[in-house]
Design a protein around this ligand. Structure first.
Ligand SMILES: *Cc1c(COP(=O)(O)O)cnc(C)c1O
Length: 387
């Protein structure tokens, strides 16, 4: 059966060039980067080259990059590395669980947390961040791009607010990396998280940008790896792959591949929105070019995901971590969607491997599947009678 993957916000396939770059670090270049001999030195040099590549993608200097096990660790290191009992932290209501649940835990540790609401398009108002500032505010943590809707936050304005107040600003840019150009100085952030497997590198590796001079407390104690900010023998093949993926992502952005992706995404979106009782979540907001989050009223999103999977199309109801849970998406409800509409929403997310043929395939299976599920839906028939 033909299988088309449009769930790249959950994870992306490792690109062949990335795998080729990684392979020697499982084989002949197996050294521990902390060893003094030839094997260790070779590995050390390769890690430092990867660090340069990641720094180039983010517009920072190589020593400001800390390699991590992924986005979750980067977010946790930024948050717990800075906020201590008595501190106040500002976040938003639409963060990924890696930030949201870390902030919940901060409250148990004696911090106060303010969650800034979003408007109907999913955007935070930087003035709300300004109004939430207190003398005890230590950190603002607000994402760059949302994983469910692709909506971009006004990070530059939030960065300005934080800088004026002399408060640290962390942004989870896991879903922005490779999709829009990132510049930590333009963003005005002190910390920024990325994850390998969202940019066509491997699962289990990521990076945290930490602005020079930021006093970050480590979470792991052991050797002096990563300038004592993250102890533990490095995930060498993962890091080499992330470096390669960063180079590929930067070159693609410079070529304008993001615009090609937006053309494919826009066509998918436009065609699907022709169906009755549908709508775009995040409509009118600036978004990353690969994501479309659409509601199909009168349908359970979970049922649609399963029905489409049987036809060979992989999509998602949003946050992968909440699959199986009956709760509607916290992101969509924060945007003001009714719970039934939030549950009727599906995320389509393209990757570098996606082609116009993949979009054609989606367009060939989604409308019929939606119609069939609606035929089975008593809510749909009731609405038809009432209209
Ligand atoms: C996937 C994701 C994470 C978590 O990254 P992992 O590498 O899977 O731990 C964090 N934030 C956002 C926005 C994500 O999409």
């Amino acid at each position: 059966m033909r299988r088309i993957y449009l769930d790249n916000n959950a994870t992306t396939p490792v690109l062949p060039e990335v795998l080729d770059a990684m392979r020697p670090y499982f084989e002949e270049h197996f050294g521990n980067a902390s060893s003094i001999h030839h094997h260790g030195q070779q590995t050390r040099a390769a890690i430092e080259r990867a660090r340069e590549s990641v720094a180039d993608l983010l517009g920072c200097r190589a020593p400001e990059i800390v390699f991590t096990s992924g986005g979750t660790e980067g977010d946790n290191l930024a948050i717990f590395g800075l906020a201590k009992a008595g501190d106040h932290v500002i976040t938003s209501t639409v963060e990924h669980h890696a930030v949201m649940n870390a902030c919940k835990h901060l409250e148990k540790k004696g911090c106060e947390v303010t969650s800034i609401p979003v408007d109907g398009r999913g955007r935070v108002d930087p003035d709300d961040v300004k109004r939430a500032l207190r003398p005890a505010t230590k950190l603002v943590t607000i994402m760059t791009a949302n994983n469910e809707t692709g909506v971009l936050q006004p990070v530059e304005d939030i960065g300005n607010v934080a800088a004026e107040a002399d408060v640290y600003f962390h942004t989870d840019a896991v879903q922005a990396a490779g999709k829009i150009s990132i510049d930590v100085n333009k963003f005005g952030c002190d910390l920024l998280t990325i994850s390998g497997h969202k940019v066509h590198a491997a699962q289990g590796v990521g990076a945290l940008y930490v602005r020079k001079g930021t006093l970050l407390e480590a979470m792991l104690y052991g050797g002096s790896h990563e300038r004592s900010r993250r102890a533990g023998t490095e995930n060498v093949p993962g890091i080499i792959g992330l470096g390669k993926a960063a180079e590929i992502a930067l070159a693609a952005l410079e070529r304008g591949d993001d615009k090609k992706m937006a053309v494919m995404r826009d066509r998918l979106e436009r065609e699907l929105l022709q169906l009755e009782a549908t709508g775009l979540n995040g409509d009118g907001a600036p978004r990353v070019p690969n994501t479309a989050n659409i509601y199909f009223d009168f349908i359970e999103g979970e049922a649609l995901v399963i029905a489409l999977d049987l036809k060979g199309l992989a999509v998602s109801t949003g946050a992968a971590c909440s699959s199986g849970a009956i709760e509607p998406s916290h992101v969509l409800t924060a945007m003001g969607l009714r719970p039934d509409r939030a549950r009727a929403s599906i995320r389509f997310s393209l990757g570098k491997q996606s082609t116009p043929d993949d979009v054609d395939f989606a367009l060939s299976v989604v409308p019929g599947t939606v119609a069939r599920l609606r035929e089975l839906s008593p809510l749909y028939h009731k609405a038809a009678i009432n209209s």
